[in-house]
Design a protein around this ligand. Structure first.
Ligand code: G1P
Length: 276
């Protein structure tokens, strides 16, 4: 079954400068927890406990976050402050972390290809931690829902969401044949199309289950939108050769790659999780 999850975390986070000048954007806290930890917790909940980080220069803080901090542990051992470390200790106890470095930013497809050695020849999850996904109520997290779907269909799956027209050009967009409520077989996929060329209003959100043949497909995928190697293009090839599903997940997604989305997420987490 699926055990591994890849986190491409090499991006610059330019929209958050100057905050992200020397700090990885994935370490920005939503209330008191860094974004990337939310993603890792979602992966662990789905049973994906072998975490692969595709990281880059200036991103050491992420690896350190998932390691023991001796000085800190020593200072607060036996005090009431220890409870503040409980969530990260729990994550470190349940998951293992491997890292590889992406030396050049050549797109999401290239980042995934960089993680090949960490994954090997098995299906795996991908989390883009900019997209913070929170499940409503007590339901399963998004990745967990997708793992259950994978068990049924055994093919790559992308999380999708309907987005308004003025947002569509920020996403990969799919077209598909509806198989069941909320499940589409992908027939077309375009990375960040202008609205008039978008095949639908179903946008790809940063959660994927990928079968390992994707690596070879990416190797043979030429640069696309913005001159980058796009995972969306590779997935379209995979969809045409076999099957890729689009899954309308249950839950709420915040675009924490934008300041507005980040503030929205912060308010939501503060009111519903931190205080709630
Ligand atoms: C990436 C993908 C895009 C997807 C988006 C979801 O774009 O390339 O297809 O819709 O994530 O957040 P990015 O936002 O990293 O430019």
């Amino acid at each position: 079954m699926i055990k591994k999850c890849l986190f491409p975390v090499a991006g610059y986070g330019t929209r958050f400068l100057p905050a992200t000048k020397s700090m990885p954007k994935e370490m920005l806290p939503v209330v008191n927890k860094p974004l990337v930890q939310y993603g890792v917790e979602e992966a662990i909940e789905a049973g994906l406990t072998e975490i692969g980080l595709v990281t880059g220069r200036g991103k050491r803080a992420i690896a350190d976050h998932f390691d023991v901090s001796y000085e800190l542990e020593h200072q607060i051992a036996g005090t009431s402050k220890e409870e503040f470390l409980s969530s990260i200790r729990d994550v470190m106890h349940k998951a293992t972390f491997s890292m590889t470095r992406q030396q050049e930013m050549r797109g999401l497809g290239d980042a995934i290809l960089n993680g090949r050695r960490l994954i090997g020849d098995e299906p795996f999850g991908v989390v883009l931690s900019d997209d913070l996904c929170l499940n409503s109520g007590e339901g399963d997290g998004v990745l967990s829902q997708m793992v259950q779907l994978y068990k049924q269909f055994r093919c790559s799956i992308v999380a999708i969401q309907e987005v308004p027209e003025d947002q569509i050009s920020k996403f990969g967009v799919i077209a598909g044949e509806k198989l069941k409520d909320g499940i589409f077989q992908v027939t077309d996929m375009v990375e960040k199309p202008p609205v008039e060329e978008a095949p639908s209003n179903l946008a790809i959100i940063g959660r994927y289950i990928l079968t390992p043949d994707i690596f070879e497909i990416i190797e043979n995928t030429p640069p696309g939108k913005n001159g980058e190697i796009q995972l969306t293009d590779a997935l379209l090839t995979q969809a045409k050769a076999g099957c890729v599903l689009g899954y309308k997940f249950k839950g709420t997604r915040f675009d924490c790659g934008s300041v507005d989305g980040f503030v929205e997420a912060t308010n939501f987490v503060y009111n519903n999780i931190y205080k709630g």
